[in-house]
Design a protein around this ligand. Sequence first.
Ligand code: GTP
Ligand code: MG
Length: 445
Amino acid sequence: MSELTQPLRAVLVGIQTPGVTDDQLTSSLTELSRLARTLGVRVIGQVRQKRDRIDAGVLGQGKRLELARLTGGSGIVARGPEAQRKKVDAEAEVAMAEYLGEHGEPDELANLVIVDAELTPTQIRDLSTASGVEVTDRTGIIVDIFHRHASTREARLQVEIARLKYLAPRMRAAGGPSERQAGKGAGESSLELDRRKIRDRIAELGRELKTIESEANVRAARRQDTLRVALVGYTNAGKSSWMRALTTSNVSVEDKLFATLDTTVRALFPAVTPRILVSDTVGFIQRLPHDLVASFRSTLAEAKEASLLLHVLDASDPAFEAQFQLTREVLDEIGVHDGNSVLVLNKIDCCDAERCSELAARYPGALLVSAKRPQDVEELHRVIVGEFERLLDDLSLVVPYAQTSVIGEVHKRARVVHEAFEEDGVHYQLKVTSTEATRLQRMLS
Ligand SMILES: Nc1nc2c(ncn2[C@@H]2O[C@H](COP(=O)(O)OP(=O)(O)OP(=O)(O)O)[C@@H](O)[C@H]2O)c(=O)[nH]1
Ligand SMILES: [Mg+2]
């Protein structure tokens, strides 16, 4: 989508293919409308159509007129020889005039069309001709949001790669002058040249990304023996709100989709020993563009290495079960297995008593909580500490008084269950990670 130079007013287009229920289409369009709002676009109308599949014209003739009325377009997609085109144009003009006569002019016109599907470049061009305004699709919107929200260098590189891959095949569709400008005999049209430049750029960004990733791997390896928990889940479920509550950090919380694009890692607070690190991750969404799934892979490496996943769901969203399913599928696809996970049914403050008991019955192991309630934050803190307790080893250790430095290490790295000051030194009963157990024992030998 082009940069925001004027306020954008959009019409959403939803195609109901066989197997998609009315409710599913409605919820998908609601989500698309929130995606649009995240970009500052106001949605002023929608056009829905039942179709067997998304074919060349995207919409049928009647629905195209309905769309064109909202955008001030002609409703015409003319192709073929000129004589025939003129005839089609003339007929369509009459149809459009009749349609407007029947339905009247709308109060305001949209200047953008967003189709809730992934369109081919030709489909985008045809719909743009018929509506007279810019057309984008779900993928285009998501790529755009990612582009605006990415803040670390790694996220920026990943998103830039995904964006270039999305834009490259659509360059011709934009009808830019590139093809016509091609100098004869150059052997390569300028469109091809532009595409090659983009491929080179993608390769260059890829190399840069690899370097950053290996640096990140070194950092991750250093954190290897710390205990880690990752917050995962659908976008807007409340992951960052929990991150804030559990670590008292200042990560951004917004009623926007994809507010978080980078992983942040902070220590659990109030602190425990051994310390536990919490990571906040990017959210998921249905029909996530494929290249962005790939970019998630490294962003979500944190989740992969965490020994506990907190799967956060917005229990107040009617579509939350589909969101749960989808998040599990994507996690599986990128190799994050939710073996050891806690289901966090969040925003329970927005659910009535009946829904709460229904949820409790359906998800027996889940926590029904709200990130906004301090007692719930305490509860989740307790659950996290309890989960890690099971992963720790018991260790008995006698530290001679001569080795005071080890005493310091013990208190820093292990949780002291019991300590007794005997003649031969301090007798400890400890809870430690297996790596720390080995290290402490080695320090004494
Ligand atoms: N009522 C209520 N609102 C909540 C709760 N938890 C989060 N929210 C709100 O939900 C919205 C999204 O919260 P975030 O924490 O940014 O969600 P997120 O999962 O990090 O979202 P992304 O980063 O976009 O994937 C914000 O407006 C929060 O204030 C809750 O328990 N109750
Ligand atoms: Mg977030």
